[in-house]
Design a protein around this ligand. Structure first.
Ligand code: URA
Length: 299
């Protein structure tokens, strides 16, 4: 395997932190900052970012060393604090519009979803329209599903096919669904943004919050009993919170009348397979809630 460049290492490291839901590394006054003070100082370039033995206990809680891509202190110090802009706290999907007073009859849901797709049209509402997308990836699955999965945004395979979660992460998601005793056709799968962010970067705040009006409509039409938020971006924009994934998963939240379970994104699980056992715990809670039997751990 060829060695990663410093840029690739840094990018992978930032991805890793993002998947764990760790934001705003430089906001010392934010109570949700998880890094030790000395490390924050080091990252902002004022002192050495070397982590002492004592501090490693704190850091390991959010960043398992063995699987995190290695970034040298000098690589980190090449970036300024300003280059990592903090993300604003998004609104919860509950606050975007009132809950619908009427439930769309099961037989009419597919047509209602088609109408939302038609409303989106050849969307130019946010910068992702001009960032190289080929296809708008609306959703996949059963318009009457009891279980909905929400990911972050399309990658290259999804952009090429027009379907969510069809690449490597999608294969793992399929395995997770099968292990729950369901088929992909029985669930509904969507994303926070419907267009591929260039280079698979995290959707920007304006992109996610512009697109979420359509996700709200999809949720209100399908009315799933349970939504599984896959990864920190999905959790952030569904729930309107800015917290670590670790602090959100394993417990129930609600959005638009559905119960929400937050778990790791399949792409993250491919990078750090040790966390699969934790994701499976989350999915078992979903199965219990939905009365699904015979849990079989996914491979
Ligand atoms: N990752 C996502 O979050 N969504 C997809 O559709 C594919 C990969």
């Amino acid at each position: 395997m060829s060695a990663m460049s410093v840029e690739e290492q840094l990018s992978a490291y930032v991805d890793y932190l993002r998947d764990m839901g760790i934001y705003d590394l430089y906001h010392r006054n934010d109570p949700k900052v998880f890094l030790p003070e000395s490390l924050v100082g080091g990252l902002s370039g004022s002192s050495s970012p070397q982590v002492t033995e004592a501090q490693q206990g704190t850091q390991d809680a959010v960043l398992p060393k063995a699987h995190a891509p290695v970034v040298t202190p000098s690589a980190v110090n090449q970036g300024s604090a300003e280059s990592f802009s903090p993300m604003a706290k998004p609104p919860s999907l509950d606050t975007l519009s009132p809950l619908p007073l009427q439930i769309i009859p099961a037989a009419d849901r597919a047509a209602a979803l088609d109408a939302v797709r038609a409303e989106i049209g050849d969307c130019k509402r946010c910068p992702l329209a001009y960032a190289g997308r080929h296809t708008i990836v609306f959703a996949d699955g059963d318009p009457n599903a009891r279980l909905m999965f929400v990911g972050e945004g399309p990658g290259a395979d999804e952009d090429a096919t027009g379907l969510p979660f069809v690449g490597k992460a999608g294969q793992l998601l399929n395995n997770m669904i099968t292990a729950m005793g369901l088929t992909r056709e029985e669930v509904y799968i969507a994303n926070i943004v419907k267009c591929r962010p260039p280079g698979n970067r995290t959707p920007e705040f304006v992109e996610a919050t512009t697109c979420s009006q359509f996700l709200v409509k999809q949720i209100d039409i399908v009315r799933p009993q349970v939504i599984v938020a896959l990864g920190a971006t999905a959790a952030t924009y569904l729930l309107g919170v800015k917290q670590s994934l670790a602090s959100l998963r394993g417990q129930w939240h609600t959005v638009r009348g559905a119960k929400v379970m937050v778990t790791y994104h399949p792409a993250f699980l491919l990078r750090d397979p040790r966390q699969k056992v934790e994701a499976w715990k989350d999915l078992k809670l979903v199965m219990a809630e939905m009365g699904l039997a015979s849990p079989k751990r996914p491979s």
